[in-house]
Design a protein around this ligand. Sequence first.
Ligand code: AMP
Ligand code: MG
Length: 354
Amino acid sequence: MKKNTLIEKIDPDNIDSKVVEQFGKMLADGKTVIFPTETVYGLGANALDEQAASKIYIAKGRPSDNPLLVHVAEREDINPLVVDMDERAKKLIDRFWPGPLTIVFKKSDLIPKVTSGGLDTVAIRMPSDKVARALIKASGVPIAAPSANLSGKPSPTKPEHIIADMDGRVDGILVGGFCDFGVESTIVDLSDDVPMVLRPGAITLEMLKEVLGDVILDPSLSSHDDNIKAKAPGMKYKHYSPNANIFMVTGGIDRFVELSEFLLEMRANDEKKIAILCMKQNISRFEELKLKFKNVHVLSLGCTYEEVARNLFDVLIDLDRRNIDVAYAETFEETGIGVAIMNRLKKSAGYKFV
Ligand code: AMP
Ligand code: MG
């Protein structure tokens, strides 16, 4: 049944406390609210209320074994939610909270199975976004909030990404600005001796190593072998996929330019709409191609790796708006935030390299 969605704008630099109170009360009453965070927009509900949390799965079309991330407003708020607080978790919290780092804890009985996707652990973070923090505080409860996209689609980083897909599926949408980081939080698991990153994000492996010493990336992230099981249940699902068929181009920009010309020649008669996704400084390299082939869109991913991370989902969503059939994307070095960029890009491309 279509819901009557309350949509309100909020200025992060001048937060209207009446609006925050109103949406906080909706969450306290078991309703669903979409809100901005510094990573991507989240689709929130009371993490402690089974019925409320189950509405998130319905709104997103999310498989029920894919657990929800829980968001808290203050560090102390995690105490009732977890058991056996690890010393390493404390160090990470001191260094990176509030911010885009999610830590997996052994859960207390307060967290219902619906929220944890049936696991005995719970993934928690404390966002730095002012609107998110104010809203969680106003609700008075921890908020389960996965990304606010339909399951399988790119995560939303701008208000316009949400309104089209989610109006009528949730009770409220709090409209803020363009999310700062643009990729979802780093998820770290401390259940083994060596901490493991289950999902790379803006808190990079290098940053985690500074605090924890040895840290590894979940081996399933480096390989597309279905036999290697991902530790984060959600990582196994099809993800970030626009309608366009995406291919990643390896071997540097000179090869990208040459190969694009060759591929476009081959496709000259099939009337497909093609997009080239590259860094802004490389756009001029495709000028000739644009003159020669009228069906080509050359889209900028940004000038720096940070900008690419911030823009990536927006550009992927834009492919559908432009009805692009096939996209060729530049690839990035897998260091720093490049690991998170390539993780999202590989998934959106179904691991297809040319
Ligand atoms: P999303 O909120 O849509 O960005 O997805 C949350 C991600 O966190 C998914 O990939 C989940 O599988 C993962 N996740 C949530 N809870 C846990 C947990 N307890 N252990 C491992 N991964 C988790
Ligand atoms: Mg998601």
